[in-house]
Write a protein that binds this ligand. Structure first.
Ligand SMILES: Cc1ncc(C[n+]2csc(CCOP(=O)(O)OP(=O)(O)O)c2C)c(N)n1
Ligand SMILES: [Mg+2]
Length: 347
């Protein structure tokens, strides 16, 4: 792969990694981001490679661990961070938070109902097909999402209707803190997917070149055959399930897996490679720009205004709410990270 392409991928990958690390670091003790956040540290590689193939009219419909895909779809960092701070300048006016992070201008949506977005991909892809668009719908779930029945209804229809969908399953082996082997007897996704007559591609490599090559193969297949493809991507998140807290010390649920992945960090591997084939100065420049983008987004978000409560009611379609809701709307509401009730439990 040529040096410039690797650098472009690295720019996105570093932006994802740094934004995750920075937000994890500042969440406490500042305590101004009031939403639970599923960070994607460790899982940046596939989204970074994907960024090189995406065009505006493609759709991405992501699961809850969505930040990498939001960034790969070139959605603005300012609006992502403002969304986490619950500000009106956020991509969803501060009402969605991380769980439902979306940016409709770039056809990027995410949702917290496990595998719900997988099924919505049928609709966007069907529209792409009937209007003869050359675009693709990309949709992402985790390995836990494969245990939802709707996945199989979705695969069935996508295959039957020959829809231009790239299904991505980021297999990090855990659903919250439960290992895949404790959840299912049949973790052979290949068998399941191929039973619907859908092409299955496994990415178990961590080197960017291999990931890029397989992704390219998948996208070319969808374009030439007008049929869906399913990618199972082996990966590992190196942060807690839901942040900012690290849950490894407390729950000690995956020591061996973390150890196994320690030397398979695609980000570190690509950085080392780029330093070898390019020069450290140009890498530092990319990193410096990204750091400025993220830090300036945080500063802007901190200063931004929250959505006016009455304005927010336009989204309340049932036109009813309890008085408690009103108290949440006060920007001054206190949030102490050492309070037991403010420490997030896994869900
Ligand atoms: C229908 C539904 N059931 C349960 C949950 C709670 N939940 C949120 S994330 C999660 C774990 C998902 O694991 P996985 O799909 O592997 O994604 P990962 O968090 O590992 O990226 C669960 C069970 C939910 N959001 N939706
Ligand atoms: Mg998982």
């Amino acid at each position: 792969m040529n040096k410039n392409l690797l650098k472009k991928i690295y720019q996105i990958m570093h932006l994802i990694r740094f934004s995750q690390e920075h937000l994890i670091n500042i969440y406490h003790p500042e305590d101004k981001m009031k939403c639970p956040i599923h960070f994607c540290k460790g899982q940046e590689a596939l989204a970074s490679c994907l960024s090189q193939f995406l065009v505006k009219d493609d759709y991405i419909l992501s699961h809850h661990r969505s930040h990498g895909y939001y960034i790969s779809k070139k959605c603005p960092i300012d609006q992502m961070v403002a969304e986490f701070y619950g500000k009106r300048s956020g991509s969803n006016e501060g009402l969605a938070g991380s769980q439902e992070l979306s940016y409709s201008k770039n056809n990027f949506y995410s949702g917290t109902i496990l595998s719900g977005m997988f099924s919505i991909a049928l609709g966007t892809a069907y529209v792409q097909k009937i209007y003869n668009k050359r675009n693709i719908t990309y949709t992402v779930i985790g390995d836990g999402g494969m245990e939802e029945g709707i996945v199989y209804e979705t695969l069935n229809l996508a295959s039957l209707k020959s829809l231009p969908i790239l299904f991505i399953c980021e297999n990090n082996r855990y659903s919250v803190h439960t290992n895949i082997n404790e959840r299912t007897k049949s973790s052979n996704f290949k068998k399941k997917v191929e039973s619907f007559d859908i092409k299955y591609i496994k990415i178990s490599e961590y080197e960017i070149e291999s990931i890029f090559k397989k992704l390219k193969e998948a996208i070319q297949y969808i374009k030439s055959n007008a049929k869906p493809v399913f990618i199972e991507y082996d990966t590992m998140r190196t942060c807690g399930h839901v942040g900012p807290e690290d849950d490894d010390k407390e729950h000690d649920y995956r020591k061996l897996d973390l150890l196994k992945w320690k030397n398979k960090d695609s980000f570190i591997d690509l950085r080392k490679k780029l330093i070898r084939i390019s020069n450290i100065k140009s890498i530092n420049l990319i990193e410096k720009r990204n750091i400025n983008i993220v830090k300036s987004a945080v500063t802007k978000a901190q200063k931004a205004k929250t959505l006016n409560f009455n304005t927010s009611l336009k989204y309340n379609l049932i036109k009813k709410f309890s008085n408690k809701v009103k108290s949440f709307a006060k920007p001054s509401i206190d949030f102490k990270s050492n309070q037991k009730t403010t420490k997030l439990n896994p869900y």
